[in-house]
Design a protein around this ligand. Structure first.
Ligand code: T3D
Length: 264
């Protein structure tokens, strides 16, 4: 059996492929468990300072596998889809957001349903111009999960978030960039190069500071201004104790490029 998730170890970073190309990398328990294991492996590898997530084949991810979807019927009039969301989707998003590493997503084709929202949970999202983002849930009578209702309004505002979720219309990569849903749309044949270069670039930055930024931005979604200012101050105190901070200042004063080690 082919691995549903493949991890390639590169110099300073890992590349993770969702690997069910004939199903546009639709999610099932094996994919979701593989994804979590890949995140665990990245965090455990002290030489890994960034992650790149992408899909094998022509799609990024078509959301939850529908061929074994549990639907209400005489045998099971009240199926619990919340169980799947709680057991798998919630954990994957929490793990991804909590990783002390920057995560780049290379959206190489359609990203639908939970697949779209996993992409949007990454720190820096690049997409090929042929890619699209679809909040497909409404097409089958479901609501966005994988934190779509959290990320979408914060990224593109409430009006666009609601319309995308309710209409289930695809958004092209170019439109997604114009709306601020993603960082950048690039030519399809340049996506791998650009995404790998971006990941390598992030892997050479002060990893602990990037991890702290992730926590700051996540906290800002719910904090008051005063609470966020306090958190910035305490986080700056922690950043100021890292060896990469010392290296950054020394390099500036010596007029040379810093050689950050990431403290990992
Ligand atoms: O059950 C729960 O756990 C609840 C949680 C749900 C979370 C969710 O993610 S709900 C949303 C689920 N996803 C969708 O509704 C999207 C379904 N897929 C599509 O609408 C289309 O496939 C796409 C718009 C994504 C792409 O269209 P297109 O024309 O480029 O490709 P295609 O021909 O439709 O798909 C190619 C193959 O992938 C095809 O298989 P075949 O006919 O060649 O053997 C298709 O059946 C398969 N595929 C695509 N998406 C899924 C899938 N197979 C299983 N599950 C899928 N989600």
């Amino acid at each position: 059996m082919t691995d549903p998730v493949i991890v390639e170890r590169r110099e300073g970073w890992h590349k993770i492929f969702l690997n069910r190309p004939d199903k546009l990398n639709a999610l099932n328990p094996s994919v979701l468990a593989g994804l979590t294991a890949a995140f665990d492996a990245a965090e455990a590898d002290r030489f890994c300072r960034a992650l790149l997530l992408t899909g094998a084949g022509r799609g990024f991810c078509a959301g939850q596998e529908l061929s074994d979807a549990i639907i209400p019927g005489p045998a099971n009039p009240s199926p619990d889809l919340g169980g799947i969301a709680r057991s798998y989707h919630q954990g994957v998003i929490a793990r991804l957001r909590g990783l002390p590493l920057p995560v780049v997503c290379a959206v190489n084709g359609v990203a639908a349903g939970a697949g779209a929202n996993i992409a949007l949970a990454c720190d820096v999202v690049l997409a090929g111009r042929g890619a699209s983002f679809v909040q497909a849930f409404v097409r089958i009578g479901l609501v966005p999960d994988c934190a779509g209702t959290f990320f979408l309004p914060r990224l593109i505002g409430d009006a666009r978030a609601r319309a995308l979720a309710m209409l289930g219309e695809p958004v092209t990569a170019t439109q997604a960039e114009a709306w601020g849903l993603i960082w950048q749309a690039v030519d399809d044949d340049a996506l791998t190069f650009e995404a790998e270069a971006m990941t390598a670039r992030l892997a050479a930055l002060p990893t602990e500071a990037l991890a702290m930024m992730k926590r700051l931005f996540d906290a800002s979604a719910i904090n008051t201004l005063d609470a966020q200012l306090d958190l910035e101050a305490s986080t700056q105190a922690a950043a100021g104790r890292t060896t990469d901070y010392a290296e950054g200042v020394r390099a500036f004063l010596a007029k040379r490029r810093p050689a950050f080690t990431g403290g990992r």
